[in-house]
Design a protein around this ligand. Structure first.
Ligand SMILES: Cc1cc2nc3c(=O)[nH]c(=O)nc-3n(C[C@H](O)[C@H](O)[C@H](O)COP(=O)(O)OP(=O)(O)OC[C@H]3O[C@@H](n4cnc5c(N)ncnc54)[C@H](O)[C@@H]3O)c2cc1C
Length: 442
């Protein structure tokens, strides 16, 4: 089923039917992977070792429909596919094109430009499912920017801009990257140093960005730069402007950064000096860029949290299946509490994070703008995913360290969600100040 069909079914009147297709296992090559049970509908108490159960507590029918449709696509791209892409640092074009062909790149974008107009709750399920299939961040990051990254364009762009930019993005003809982080300022975004100066019908951009995902393959960039110097604005959040423009490689030097994981999707440093950007590529009013970026921040937290969750569940599946079958000292090692109890804790922590993220996504879809649940969900999911991936490696013993069983890749990829787009420390700062009312420490 395509994204548009689910969008129509959800927002037209009501879901016409419940889906009852059986999902194929993604890892037929894995010896320890049991065959899926022959039931058509899976229950809420599906075992953690099962592949992508359709029905999880708290999900609406429309979320379940998304889960089932995305599972079908993902089942064609097993762990071996992702390991190969990760090892050779090659972008997963086949997967990306498949997602685009079925209309999923516009899951949250307006129908008039080819999107499905579904909510954050559905997008969260989509990205959790992609990651949970074994694709992890390699799969999720290959499409992530399309899912919610262009929310500022959809909300603040003119009708002409939306048509010009959203249509090719949703069709998978153009790819976008997102340029906020800078080497000299890091998480202190308001101090970013890249600038844009207006000259006639153009802005001249100079500066640098770091860690920009997919800049090797993107045609477009959504970039935040300062148009009024910091010492000339009343508030530090003023004077930043947002552009969506061609990533002009004759003006921007793009240098890939070798890194620990998520190797199928590139990360880059960008250097530019005298880069001419047409004034019609400015989004909204000059100086309002930070406000527009903030609009999508809570959604971003929910989506990255959901991707982390997917990795955690994938790791738990691998671990449970392995420890059920691996016999040492005459018993399956899953019988030993030293192995079983930590995995039980992982499930509880993953599931708590999933429920929190689901609340955050639904609140967002209802117009709630505070970041308490989105931040909490992202933090809980990232920590739970990392812990689970680590437990999976330890549960598999030596085989946990072998590429063949994939959990070492999961562990490398789970690390990323603790760092980006916001670190655990900054989330705790937010909760400390905004929820607990404690003084700011920085
Ligand atoms: C693989 C990858 C992909 C990325 N993709 C993108 C992208 O596409 N676009 C983009 O713009 N950015 C991207 N990022 C950047 C990412 O969002 C940042 O790395 C992240 O926000 C952290 O910023 P930083 O690395 O500058 O850390 P720093 O700001 O240098 O912080 C370093 C450490 O200090 C801690 N710290 C800093 N200030 C405080 C404080 N006040 N209190 C407590 N602790 C503090 C942080 O929590 C962190 O642990 C990506 C990063 C990675 C690793």
């Amino acid at each position: 089923m395509t994204a548009a069909a689910i969008g129509r079914r959800t927002f037209g009147h009501k879901l016409l039917q419940t889906l009852n297709c059986t999902v194929q296992p993604v890892t037929s090559s894995l010896k320890t992977q049991p065959k899926p049970r022959p039931q058509k509908h899976r229950h809420v108490h599906t075992r953690a070792g099962d592949y992508l159960p359709t029905s999880l507590v708290g999900w609406t029918e429309s979320q379940q429909s998304v889960r089932e449709a995305i599972s079908k696509i993902c089942s064609q791209y097993g762990d071996e596919y992702w390991m190969e892409k990760d090892t050779h640092h090659s972008f997963p074009w086949e997967f990306y094109k498949d997602i685009a062909k079925n209309g999923w790149l516009g899951i949250c974008l307006p129908e008039e430009y080819g999107g499905a107009n579904l909510g954050l709750a559905e997008a969260a399920v989509m990205l959790q499912t992609v990651a949970e299939s074994g694709a992890c961040m390699n799969g999720a990051s290959s499409i992530h920017m399309n899912i919610f990254g262009l929310a500022p364009v959809a909300k603040f762009g003119t009708a002409e801009q939306r048509k010009r930019w959203l249509v090719p993005l949703i069709q998978g003809q153009e790819r976008a990257c997102f340029g906020v982080t800078e080497p000299n300022t890091g998480l202190d975004t308001l101090k970013l140093q890249s600038s844009a100066v207006k000259k006639g019908g153009k802005y001249i951009l100079s500066g640098q960005k770091i860690w920009i995902s997919t800049a090797q393959i993107a045609e477009k960039i959504l970039i935040l730069v300062r148009t009024t110097p910091l010492d000339q604005v009343k508030k530090a959040s003023h004077g930043l402007s947002l552009f969506y423009t061609d990533l002009d490689r004759s003006a921007v030097q793009v240098i890939e950064i070798p890194k620990m994981g998520r190797c199928a999707v590139d990360s880059n440093a960008l250097f530019f000096d005298g880069w001419e950007v047409p004034a019609e590529d400015l989004i909204g009013e000059e100086g309002d860029g930070f406000k527009m970026i903030m609009h999508g921040m809570n959604a971003e937290r929910v989506l990255v949290g959901s991707e982390a969750l997917g990795i955690g569940y994938a790791a738990l599946r691998r671990a449970c299946n392995y420890v059920n079958e691996r016999v040492v000292f005459g018993n399956p090692i899953g019988k030993y509490q030293g192995i079983q109890h930590p995995l039980a804790e992982c499930w509880m922590q993953l599931e708590s994070a999933r429920l929190t993220l689901n609340v955050a996504a639904n609140l967002f879809d209802q117009g709630y703008q505070d970041g308490d649940y989105a931040n909490a969900g992202k933090f809980l999911a990232a920590e739970a995913a990392f812990k689970t991936a680590d437990r999976a490696v330890m549960s598999l013993g030596g085989m946990g360290y072998a590429k063949e069983y994939h959990v070492e890749r999961y562990l490398r990829e789970a690390t990323l969600s603790r760092i980006a787009p916001i670190s655990a420390e900054m989330i705790k700062n937010y909760i400390g100040q905004k929820v607990l009312g404690l003084p700011r420490s920085y």
